[in-house]
Design a protein around this ligand. Structure first.
Ligand SMILES: C[S@@+](CC[C@H](N)C(=O)[O-])C[C@H]1O[C@@H](n2cnc3c(N)ncnc32)[C@H](O)[C@@H]1O
Length: 174
């Protein structure tokens, strides 16, 4: 369900350069590769980076979302299920916007909304000593604005927002 929503909102095209930021085990990295995109994965976990590289042969690098990404060369940045772990998610979104090629691109995020189920998700992580963020739609709007982006599409997948953001002044409002 999430993959379908992500692909519908991202609309990847063959040959596009797409960054999968916080790629984890490479689920979306591989899905984008299958769609014909030139995908690069990044994750702060060296073990994940090694594992995905070994398993897929795709370019995957160690990088902290909050400290900047390679760029500005990407047609799109996708980040699924990673922003909730960031201490400064608004900084991470700014860095993703910086990774877009000049004059275009989009950032697509899948992040947990504030719902009963996502509170359970947060409780699960808290039991393992990990604190995570949940995001109201106002939080998402505020992160987009701070990064010079505007929300051009938004849908829900399970307890997540799947949001498309484009440089302010481009694209259409939802
Ligand atoms: C729940 S997994 C999601 C992985 C993948 N995107 C997916 O949806 O299958 C979250 C990943 O985000 C990574 N992560 C968390 N904080 C990060 C940060 N500040 N910079 C880069 N990666 C981060 C973690 O190492 C982990 O691999």
């Amino acid at each position: 369900m999430e993959l379908r929503a992500v692909l519908r909102v991202l609309r990847p095209r063959v040959g596009e350069a797409i960054l999968d930021a916080g790629c984890g085990g490479g689920y979306y990295t591989e899905a984008l590769h299958r769609q014909g995109a030139l995908v690069t994965g990044t994750d702060m976990s060296i073990e994940m980076v090694r594992q995905v590289r070994r398993a897929t042969g795709l370019p995957v690098f160690a990088s902290n979302l909050e400290q900047g990404a390679a760029g500005p060369v990407f047609d799109a940045v996708l980040s699924c299920g990673a922003l909730e772990f960031c201490r400064a998610p608004e900084k991470a979104v700014r860095e993703m916007a910086e990774a877009l090629r000049p004059g275009g691109g989009r950032v697509v995020l899948m992040i947990p909304a504030v719902t009963m189920l996502s509170h359970l998700y947060r409780y699960y992580h808290a039991r393992h000593g990990v604190s995570i963020n949940l995001f109201s739609f106002a939080d998402v709007e505020s992160m987009a604005r701070a990064a010079g982006l505007q929300i051009t599409e938004s849908r829900r997948a399970g307890f997540n927002h799947v949001v498309r953001m484009e440089p302010a002044g481009e694209g259409e409002q939802p």
